[in-house]
Design a protein around this ligand. Structure first.
Ligand code: SF4
Length: 255
């Protein structure tokens, strides 16, 4: 798709069309870290560094059953905690982070996870990305989570040319309604995990193809591309893509 001459308004409209399409493609998008409250989500997010959400979810049931409050983490037996966190990797650093998080929450916030970005980023182990995950998913405050998938995709889509995560967050925030920020983040990340991979995106099996300036970065042949799809909804994604690539004109007219 040629977007060389795209105006700011044109980009915003295209971004919003793509956001609507993402909602259709990934209706199951959600925060993949299991949690029942803000403290659990904060801890799970710290544990998710350098590992998968699946691995974190294997560890957290036992962890959360034992450590229920910030005070529990603040007073944790380090050896016991390290043993629980071992499967997530880098467990000494992570143990250190969650103990310090518990201490900071007890000392400065009466043991409660604060509800603002400015306060959250003062906590040990909580960067801006984690803070936005907590705000969006535990408190219902719209937040854009810029992780490696999100950065890659919005750059491919030329929603922004920024590379700094904070600047990306602001640039995308200007294109998409605030109330949609949290779900958009999940959907973009799902698309990055399942379709638009870093090395070989499944362009020929992607229903964003006509809006995407990077179409052709991966194989455009449906038969080849469909094998690159990942995740539990491969069949649904393939069906959507087959319909989309077979009937481009009717689909285009319906937009
Ligand atoms: S067309 Fe290709 S590059 Fe564009 S979003 Fe789809 S998979 Fe990614």
């Amino acid at each position: 798709m040629a977007v060389k001459e795209e105006t700011a308004l044109g980009r915003k409209r295209r971004a919003r069309r793509m956001a609507r399409e993402l909602a259709e493609i990934h209706p199951d998008a959600h925060c993949e870290l299991d949690h029942t409250n803000a403290l659990e989500l904060a801890v799970a997010t710290i544990l998710s560094a350098q590992t998968t959400d699946v691995r974190v979810n294997e560890v957290t049931p036992r962890l959360f059953a034992k450590f229920r409050t910030a005070a529990d983490y603040a007073a944790a037996d380090r050896t016991e905690l390290e043993e629980l966190l071992k499967p997530t990797g880098f467990f000494r650093n992570k143990t250190d982070s969650v103990i310090k998080l518990g201490q900071a929450l007890v000392e400065r916030f009466d043991g409660e996870v604060p509800r603002t970005l400015d306060e959250l980023v003062t906590l040990p182990g909580i960067g801006r990305k984690t803070a936005n995950v907590i705000l969006g998913n535990a408190f219902g405050v719209p937040g854009i989570t810029v992780d490696t998938h999100f950065s890659r995709l919005v750059q491919r889509w030329r929603w922004t040319t920024e590379t700094d995560p904070v600047k990306i967050e602001h640039a995308v925030g200007a294109l998409i309604d605030k109330r949609d920020w949290t779900m958009l983040s999940h959907r973009v990340i799902f698309h990055g995990r399942r379709v638009c991979h870093a090395r070989k995106p499944a362009c020929g099996a992607c229903t964003l193809a006509r809006e995407c300036p990077a179409y052709g970065t991966g194989p455009t042949d449906f038969g080849t591309a469909v094998k690159l799809l990942k995740g539990p909804r491969v069949t649904e994604l393939a069906d959507l893509a087959e319909h989309y690539h077979e009937a481009p004109t009717s689909r285009a007219r319906s937009r």
